[in-house]
Design a binder for this molecule. Structure first.
Ligand code: N01
Length: 515
């Protein structure tokens, strides 16, 4: 949408829903923001959620074996600890239940408008308000807009030649078809990233044969999950310092990996040796071992953990095809080796649109400049992954360059929420209506992180990953330690921002607009 048109649809004037804050998305980010707004006494907010339930990525991804590869005590809010995690790395159902529990505890469903897909919005410079419209035709007006849309929610399904002719069943891992029984079927799996590594071991025994199309092998280190017993859970519940110490331990062990990822990639070699042993332990055939061994530095793509993946690939009903895909036929796939393999189902484990996945936040900012085309041209650049020059009072959670390859993104979300609250407090204190990051501050930030990223394994590790945009620039990862991000976001520096409008001006503009 993103145009400054009047609030009309089908000719009839519509009354927009007004609130102080509008949050897009009811996943980890949006819910965390909502909880902290409530704690700060700011209950005048609305959450817009495209689905009919909270949970974001943990509602959408339900594939067999779906779990978090960050330990749950760290992959949860520090202000909402869960002493009851049953495993070190919990499964999707438990994480989803945690998020639903938070929605119950804080009454977030009553604050959420479900079934609303944001189409875009514009900043009204006279009124100093965001106007947002949904695909369903509802209009919202708010002083602050917080986008918690996540980076991994638009499935990437490659446009394979002949796909339209395929007569079998096809679905993406994030849209798992639970109504389709894979038992006894010939199944083609395309992609060997984090999702495939988790679900392949779960389905391998049920299917007749599994054709795994591997474009680039992933580094997979061994990982056996640990059950957290009842006694330990009780201790975590009764003695919070023990639980906090456990969480802190996970945090610092994870942080250590950042040293190797950021310019000291030789330190990653021992991890490569461990991953190679993981292959050798299950795969006897040297040719297959070579096929499964990456030729880039570990960490260049996300490091995966599984002790079940290679044993699954060693099963006689599995074939790994690394010659590429030529085309799909009515009943199978023709690979680059010219061979036709018949398949009843194709499962795309091909990841998500990441650096080009922000269409839902195509906002028109100051002067009507649209964000998505601007980002397409210049790259997705923000200040601290949170604010964008020219888009006052719009905030991103888990925005560009704040994803991680080594620790929990929930930690990053928490720092961002605190920063957004500080921005709102500054606006209130100064009697202004809006806050806008200065373009030169944003430029400095991007130059700084790109300089740091240029030394990191994502740039020098010899791979192409979804962390990079179409121009090869890393617009996804936060370089360095997460405590450095904490340091940079701990205090909002007022001199980084311009204050916009006054309450009196806005009140006059609102009276004029609403009559
Ligand atoms: O996707 P991916 P994912 N033809 O992008 C291949 C998070 N996650 O859904 O490497 C053939 O990792 C592609 O090949 P290549 C996590 O952050 C988290 O598995 O590009 N192949 C790759 O093998 C993760 O990183 C958890 O050469 C094609 C695969 O598809 C992110 O989600 C669990 C292709 C895509 O791998 C995405 O994971 C699961 C094509 N045209 C996921 N296009 C946690 O535990 C792509 N591929 C938190």
């Amino acid at each position: 949408m993103a145009s400054q048109t009047a609030d009309t649809r089908g000719g009839a004037a519509r009354t927009p829903h007004r609130s102080r804050v509008l949050i897009i998305g009811a996943g980890f980010s949006g819910m965390g923001m909502a909880i902290q707004l409530l704690k700060a006494g700011r209950s005048d907010f609305v959450i817009l959620e495209k689905a009919d339930e909270v949970g974001g990525t943990w509602r959408e991804n339900t594939y067999p074996g779906c779990a978090c590869d960050v330990p749950s005590h760290m992959y949860s809010f520090s202000f909402e600890p869960n002493p009851g995690w049953s495993e070190l790395w919990s499964g999707q159902e438990e994480i989803f239940a945690y998020l639903r529990g938070l929605a119950d505890k804080y009454g977030l469903r009553a604050k959420t408008h479900f079934g609303r897909t944001v189409d875009g919005g514009y900043w009204d410079e006279t009124e100093n308000r965001w106007h947002v419209r949904t695909e369903e035709g509802d209009d919202y007006v708010a002083q602050y807009l917080v986008a918690g849309v996540g980076a991994l929610h638009v499935p990437n399904v490659p446009d394979l030649p002949g796909m339209a002719d395929f007569g079998g069943v096809a679905f993406h891992s994030a849209r798992w078809d639970h109504g389709y029984d894979l038992a006894g079927k010939r199944v083609a799996v395309i992609g060997t990233g984090a999702s495939a590594v988790q679900f392949v071991p779960e389905i391998v025994d049920a299917v007749a044969d599994l054709q795994l199309y591997q474009r680039t092998p992933a580094w997979v280190v061994p990982r056996k999950n640990l059950t957290i017993g009842t006694r330990m859970r009780r201790v975590f519940g009764l003695v919070p310092p023990v639980r906090r110490a456990f969480r802190d331990g996970i945090y610092w062990v994870s942080e250590a990996l950042a040293i190797g990822l950021n310019g000291h990639s030789n330190l990653m070699r021992p991890l490569e040796r461990i991953a190679k042993k993981n292959i050798a332990r299950s795969i006897a055939d040297p040719a297959l071992q070579r096929k499964l061994t990456p030729d880039y530095r570990i960490g260049c793509k996300r490091i995966l953990g599984s002790s079940d993946y290679y044993p699954a690939l060693a099963k006689p009903n599995v074939e790994i095809i690394s010659e590429g895909i030529e085309r799909v036929t009515g009943s199978g796939i023709v690979a680059g080796d010219g061979r036709v393999r018949e398949a009843d189902a194709i499962i795309f484990a091909t990841g998500f649109h990441v650096t080009d996945g922000f269409d839902s936040v195509n906002l028109a900012g100051v002067g009507g400049r649209e964000l998505v085309p601007h980002w397409n041209e210049h790259g997705i650049q923000t200040h601290l992954g949170i604010t964008v020059a020219g888009y006052p009072n719009a905030f991103f959670l888990l925005g560009p360059n704040t994803a991680l390859g080594h620790n929990s993104v929930v930690f990053m979300i928490e720092q961002q929420i605190r920063y957004v609250l500080a921005a709102m407090a500054l606006v209130d204190r100064s009697g202004a209506e809006a806050i806008a990051v200065r373009p030169e501050v944003q430029d400095r930030f991007n130059e700084d992180i790109q300089a740091k990223l240029s030394k990191g394994v994502w740039t020098n590790g010899g791979c192409v990953s979804w962390y990079l945009d179409a121009k090869g620039v890393n617009r996804t990862i936060w370089p360095g330690f997460t405590w450095q991000y904490w340091l940079r976001t701990r205090r909002l520096d007022p001199s980084d921002f311009e204050l916009v409008g006054t309450v009196a001006e806005t009140a006059a503009a609102v009276v004029e607009t609403t009559g």
